[in-house]
Design a protein around this ligand. Structure first.
Ligand code: APR
Ligand code: PHB
Length: 396
């Protein structure tokens, strides 16, 4: 038998976007139900980037989610670049913008969100299977899903598609309406986590023959490192020893000497892609986060972009539902996409600057080196980059 009930907003996906939207809507007295395909433990074991733009930090604080970030995160006020053959240098993002970024893991944010939602008694359905969007372009859309072997129907006023790149929501928008833009990069990131003390600063490295490397961190005793590698590489061919040798070879010797190696506790290869789907709205269905766009991890913009979408979408739904003002809902896709493209561009630019490409010509390499040289020399170039790394304001 079909079980049917009603809510104001159905949120498909319980990743950072869906959880944050549910938290924000509940706070404003709007009913929302989150349908997440996986279990909570599965969602919480995903490892993702952890650098928060100033606007994301402020949003978390404003929404009552800042306590653990304030005590466990640490301020991150510079973009450190170690280019083989040059002295490492840092762009002081705080100096150029007056704004502060924070290094705090996405896993921790997701945990904080689950804890807050559970405390509030939010309506979360975990392990919801076969989630399907119905009649999104009508006045009475609904979503069906299977839970505990039973099919459920959720009638609603609005649907938020927060189900990531492989989710069901974007597919509910007809091909004749959806336009997609994509760049797939010819390499991936091999990432490892190790219980070793990290380098003092999150540092991006470039080696003209070996390629990109990144030293990042999750805490004083937990390090996250990445190197670019062919996306077709077999993980088994990357022993810990080979990884440490390679990453040290990509950093200038004085920094390589400070990298503390140890056994990896996680190792994976992720592809790099830029992707945008437009528009982010179809009738009463609104896309947010990775469901609508993907950026390569360089610059750690993914989560920040997901949260700016959620900020715009929460404002739009609240204005419509509580104040009968439809202006923000009508402008949602356009407003969100402006900021999306800003971050798509900066993560594409940083990826191009810091990586090597299989079809690079000598000319490409010279241009890349000169781009770096200009950045190193020019205060104005640094200020322009700092503004985008710290994150353009939500009202950009
Ligand atoms: N039904 C229900 N849930 C689904 C479905 C589906 N058909 N498909 C996917 N999901 C769930 C996934 O299991 C996941 O938990 O939707 C969630 C989407 O989460 P994310 O992929 O993390 O996307 P988002 O919440 O938008 O977060 C964006 O995460 O990937 C990073 O770089 C990205 O940092 C950014 C952030
Ligand atoms: C990370 O810590 O995972 C990270 C940090 C900075 C980036 C990308 C990823 O640019």
């Amino acid at each position: 038998m079909l079980k049917s009930r009603k809510t104001q907003v159905v949120i498909i996906g319980g990743g950072p976007s869906g959880l944050m939207l549910c938290h924000m809507l509940n706070h404003r007295g709007i009913d929302a139900t989150v349908l997440e395909r996986k279990s909570k433990s599965y969602v919480l074991q995903r490892i993702r980037a952890g650098v928060l733009e100033a606007g994301t930090v402020q949003l978390l604080k404003d929404e009552g989610l800042g306590a653990r970030m304030d005590s466990e995160g640490h301020s991150h006020d510079a973009l450190h670049i170690a280019w083989q053959g040059f002295d490492p240098f840092a762009i002081d993002t705080n100096l150029h913008t007056g704004k502060k970024m924070v290094a705090y893991g996405q896993t921790q944010i997701t945990e904080d969100l689950y804890n807050a939602l559970e405390r509030q008694g939010a309506d979360l359905v975990m392990e919801a299977e076969d989630v399907e969007v119905h009649e999104p372009d009508s006045e009475s859309p609904f979503v069906t899903y299977v839970s505990d072997g039973q099919t459920h129907k959720l009638e609603c006023d609005y649907i938020a598609g927060c189900d990531g790149f492989h989710g069901a929501s974007r597919r509910a928008i007809p091909d004749s309406i959806l336009k997609t833009y994509e760049r797939v990069y010819p390499f991936g990131w091999l990432g490892i986590m190790s219980e070793t003390p990290p380098l003092k600063d999150i540092t991006y490295a470039h080696h003209p023959e070996r390629g990109f490397a990144l030293a990042s961190q999750r805490s004083q005793s937990l390090s996250r490192y990445y190197i670019q590698c062919p996306v077709t590489d077999d993980l088994d061919s990357w022993s810990d020893e080979r990884f440490w040798d390679e990453i040290k070879a990509r950093f200038p010797p004085e920094l390589a000497a400070q990298i503390v190696s140890g056994p990896s506790i996680e190792k994976s290869i992720a592809p790099l892609r830029s992707f945008v789907a437009e528009p982010m709205r179809y009738g009463r269905l609104f896309l947010a986060g990775d469901a609508a766009h993907i950026v390569p991890p360089t610059g750690a913009k993914g989560l920040n972009l997901a949260f700016s979408d959620v900020f715009y979408l929460c404002r739009a739904l609240t204005e419509q539902i509580s104040n009968n003002n439809q202006r923000y809902l009508d402008e949602y896709s356009q407003t969100a996409l402006r900021r999306v493209w800003t971050n798509v561009r900066i993560s594409w630019w940083l990826t191009g600057l810091l990586h090597i490409f299989p079809d690079d010509t000598g000319f490409d390499k010279k241009i890349r080196e000169n781009e770096f040289f200009h950045l190193r020399k020019s205060e104005r170039a640094q200020a322009a980059l700092a503004e985008q790394v710290v994150g353009v304001p939500f009202d950009y």
